[in-house]
Design a protein around this ligand. Structure first.
Ligand code: ZN
Length: 293
């Protein structure tokens, strides 16, 4: 029952990850830009910690990745693959809310209402941040990175589907070879390692698409490659009611994907409606690192 429901939700997800995937400039400019760090500071007292500079070297060099994986041909393409994490290893009523910030033109907004709600209700979450989004929101990044409620994860450098052959998803051309896969993961990994003082443990590709060779590369680079069990906001295109109904239906152990970079979307309102219903039904929320070692 649970498995079939997951399958249905995953199938629904396959066609709709637009907020994470729409090419720059194709969102019609209808998205509201970031509320900015000033407004954020008024509504919340952040715990801003000094961020030490302690970069950690990747487990593999680019040359090693190319040598080991450059000759392999992929056999799969999608949200699964070897080692890909789509749900938590638990049957308990736990849900991991994850929010992507995809960056780039049309994708660098900040959903302050969403984050404020999570703080107010003390709902932990994992935030997958793209390198370009961090560059566009440095003050907000520092606030979020200093809050134990939130865990920072890697959402890529250029927000590319992770392919060793240049396959596309949602009209975005993916990385073209093993070396570019390395670059897409490692450059933002290095940035986050420097800013956080420790390397991020989780990676989600732009659009969440990858092939099996790229998945093996990510795992070899000591990251968990994470996709999702439930596509909670369909790339920040869902209405509040659609977000609420989809997230509320998430089975135990789900990794739920939504977005925190489209403040004019229905995501914040939908999450604010879904969370109390899930809590009333006995669910608790966790960060990925709370359940994945
Ligand atoms: Zn994204």
């Amino acid at each position: 029952m649970i498995a079939s429901r997951r399958t249905v939700l995953a199938a629904l997800a396959a066609g709709t990850l637009a907020g994470c995937s729409r090419p720059a400039g194709l969102d019609g400019g209808g998205r509201v830009p970031s509320a900015g760090p000033v407004a954020e500071a008024r509504s919340h007292t952040p715990v801003t910690v000094p961020l030490p500079a302690a970069p950690t070297a990747p487990a593999l060099t680019r040359a090693q990745v190319v040598a080991r994986y450059g000759h392999l041909r992929p056999r799969t393409w999608g949200f699964g693959g070897p080692g890909v994490v789509r749900e938590l290893p638990t049957s308990r009523r736990l849900i991991a809310l994850t929010f992507d910030a995809c960056g780039g033109r049309g994708g660098s907004g900040y959903d302050q209402a969403l984050i404020s709600f999570l703080r107010r209700r003390e709902v932990p979450a994992t935030l997958f941040l793209n390198s370009r989004w961090i560059d566009a929101n440095p003050a907000v990044f520092r606030q979020l990175a200093g809050e134990p409620l939130f865990e920072i994860a890697n959402h890529g450098t250029r927000h590319l589907p992770l392919s060793v052959t240049g396959r596309s998803a949602y009209d975005i051309t993916g990385t073209r070879n093993a070396g570019q896969v390395y670059d897409e993961v490692a450059r933002n990994q290095a940035k986050l390692s420097r800013l956080l003082g420790v390397p991020p443990r989780f990676f989600r590709a732009g659009t969440a698409y990858s092939d099996d060779v790229a998945a093996r590369i990510v795992t070899a680079m000591s990251d968990h490659l994470v996709t999702f069990a439930v596509n909670g906001d369909a790339g920040a295109t869902f209405t509040p009611w659609q977000v609420e109904s989809t997230v509320t239906a998430a089975p135990a152990g789900s990794i739920v994907l939504c977005h925190m970079n489209h403040p004019s979307s229905g995501t914040a309102q939908g999450i604010a409606a879904a969370v109390p219903r899930l809590i009333a039904a006995g669910y608790r929320f966790v960060r990925l690192s709370d359940k994945l070692r």
